[in-house]
Design a protein around this ligand. Structure first.
Ligand SMILES: *[C@@H]1O[C@H](CO)[C@@H](O)[C@H](O)[C@H]1NC(C)=O
Ligand SMILES: *[C@@H]1O[C@H](CO)[C@@H](O)[C@H](O)[C@H]1NC(C)=O
Ligand SMILES: *[C@@H]1O[C@H](CO)[C@@H](O)[C@H](O)[C@H]1NC(C)=O
Ligand SMILES: *[C@@H]1O[C@H](CO)[C@@H](O)[C@H](O)[C@H]1NC(C)=O
Length: 545
């Protein structure tokens, strides 16, 4: 240790000097633009036409409001938008120390009129939700139109990023017209609440920041080996014996409901993951007989492996458990995991080996894994739900439904772009996460690497490319809890958000740096403890102490 550490430090400093030189140009550009251009939107809209007139519209907080257009198919009483109007007013003006100058140039704009073409407020967002919108800002009127409430939410976020303040502190917005829609339909963020428990508040705040970034899927990796914080109504022993603390470190049914509703109000789907048959050690104490007993030679070793796939009781348990999960989580999709099944314990168990012989599986334990997954998928299908699985399920040749979504996460086993090609060639839809493990950190601006990924950069037909429905940034929890979650996520996850929302041609690092630094300052203003990209300052520094 003592010998190694000076060398590591020396390398660190050399790296820092190099990084600093390489970034000089970027830093100069950012400094020139102070905080970057006011009104630069993150993620960048698809089409933005700034009006040549250079006109602007001033906003007086006490006289400004959001309202439904007469022609809108949804109106007052629509909770999704009523609450968004309130939230965005607060975000824009709540911190205002003054109204700004009440008598300056021009007449103020008093309303942003919102028009939604299709009715529907009470439902949940889905993979097919329409998120497109059009924002027309002129000196005479502010108009936001969208096909569905979900697009209106995205447009409100964009509007909130367009508003600036002049030298007198007066709020204003420049004339512009924005036509916007997402490039990919599934833009997710994974949080891991098993390796460390994340308090409800941290999850809700993450949902807020996801909405600022136009993310639309919260992938809740809710349980895993280390702990089982999900409080099951059907099997209360699971969290009673499997949570870090059965009182303080659990998500009750009402917590889960709160997360789902909070997400819905922001146009975010909640996809829960209950990963099996591996990653289930925490299930064991609360579900006797579920896990495979491991052997040491001829004796039981006292330890447990993956779910025991050879017992009928396993499938009875799984059916009842997922019946509950099916009812609790309204999204059409569940994430069923299926990754990293360790065969050591199965191999050690004589009853499992006998079953393998009986079934003619030989020594191929992937066949036993497939046997389990196959039955699990049939159970989930019988509930009328769809599923997402980690790539191993596909790699091991499990027969899955044609509408299965395969989640690509391995960086090097097969180069991940090759895996994307194989998955889509086989006709399945694909989600990309391999290059977006944001729990991995390194010195310097590692957001750039995430930003430069191009999800469709593989050999394949246009049909194959169409099967890439998006991707997810992942924040695994080995080294992350509520103390460092937010700064580690933001603004780094913003790189993934823009890659998944904006046009593929939006990839200029210098331009992105300026906008992302600006957006990060806006996050600080909104009270989010987002870490800096590089040297610099914000008008509103973080002041959450
Ligand atoms: C408005 O436009 C002016 C002129 O292009 C620009 O300097 C300013 O930063 C813009 N402000 C906002 C809030 O977009
Ligand atoms: C198995 O248990 C028996 C009885 O406790 C003991 O004598 C034997 O050494 C154990 N064998 C192994 C391989 O651990
Ligand atoms: C398990 O279920 C199958 C089919 O339902 C049945 O044939 C078999 O006898 C059962 N095995 C045990 C040990 O109960
Ligand atoms: C993306 O940008 C390119 C270049 O500006 C443009 O040709 C293309 O139509 C855009 N794609 C979409 C879907 O708007």
């Amino acid at each position: 240790m003592a010998a190694a550490s000076p060398r590591r430090q020396a390398r660190g400093h050399a790296g820092a000097a190099m990084a600093a030189r390489a970034l000089l140009a970027l830093a100069a550009a950012a400094a020139a633009a102070a905080l970057g251009p006011a009104g630069a939107v993150w993620p960048q809209p698809q089409v933005e036409r700034a009006a040549p007139s250079g006109g602007r519209c001033r906003l007086l907080p006490r006289r400004f409001g959001f309202a439904y257009a007469a022609a809108s198919a949804v109106g007052p009483g629509c909770a999704v938008l009523d609450q968004a109007f309130w939230r965005y007013w607060e975000l824009l003006f709540a911190g205002a120390r003054s109204e700004g100058n009440e008598q300056p140039w021009g007449k103020p704009c008093t309303q942003l009129l919102v028009s939604v073409a299709t009715p529907g407020c009470d439902g949940f967002p889905s993979l097919d939700s329409k998120e497109s919108y059009k924002l027309s800002i002129s000196e005479d009127s502010l108009l936001l139109s969208a096909d569905a409430v979900w697009g209106a939410l995205r447009g409100l976020e964009t509007f909130s990023q367009l508003v600036g303040r002049d030298e007198d502190g007066t709020y204003y917005v420049n004339e512009t017209e924005i036509v916007d829609f997402p490039r990919f339909r599934h833009r997710g963020l994974l949080l891991d609440t098993s390796r460390h428990y994340l308090p409800l508040k941290a999850i809700l705040q993450t949902l807020d920041v996801m909405a600022y970034n136009k993310f639309n899927v919260f992938h809740w990796h809710i349980v895993d080996d280390p702990s089982f914080p999900y409080e099951s109504v059907t099997f209360p022993e699971l969290s009673r014996k499997g949570a870090f603390n059965a009182i303080t470190h659990v998500y009750t049914a009402s917590d889960v409901k709160a997360v789902i509703e909070y997400a819905r109000l922001r146009g975010i789907r909640v996809i829960a993951e209950f990963d099996t048959p591996g990653h289930t050690l925490s299930w064991g104490p609360g579900a006797p007989g579920l896990l495979t007993p491991c052997y040491s030679g001829k004796n039981l070793s006292g330890t447990y492996g993956p779910i025991n796939p050879i017992l009928n009781s396993t499938y009875e348990f799984v059916t009842r458990f997922f019946q509950e999960v099916n009812a609790v989580f309204p999204d059409f999709f569940l994430h069923l995991g299926g990754d990293e099944v360790d065969f050591t314990c199965w191999k050690s168990n004589p009853k499992i080996r006998a079953f393998m012989q009986e079934m003619g599986f030989g020594d191929d334990f992937t066949k036993l894994e497939s046997f389990y997954i196959q039955r699990l998928l049939d159970i989930i299908s019988s509930f009328g739900k769809g599923y997402v699985v980690w790539q191993e399920v596909f790699d091991n040749g499990v027969k899955v439904r044609p509408d299965t979504i395969v989640h690509v996460w391995k960086e090097n086993a097969t180069p991940y772009m090759q895996e994307m090609a194989q998955v889509t060639k086989a006709g399945y839809r694909a989600l990309l996460s391999a290059p977006w493990y944001l729990n991995h950190i390194s010195y310097g601006q590692d957001w750039m690497e995430a930003y430069q990924v191009e999800p469709l950069k593989f050999e394949g037909s246009p049909e194959q490319k169409d099967r890439v429905i998006g991707g997810e940034a992942c924040m695994w929890g080995e080294y992350v809890d509520v103390t460092n979650l937010t700064p580690r996520l933001w603004p780094r996850a913003g790189a993934v958000a823009e890659r998944l929302w904006s046009n593929a041609t939006v990839r200029n690092l210098q331009d992105a740096y300026v906008r992302l630094a600006n957006f990060r300052c806006e996050l600080l203003r909104r009270g989010i403890q987002a870490q800096p990209l590089f040297t610099g300052y914000c008008d509103h520094e973080f002041s959450g102490f």
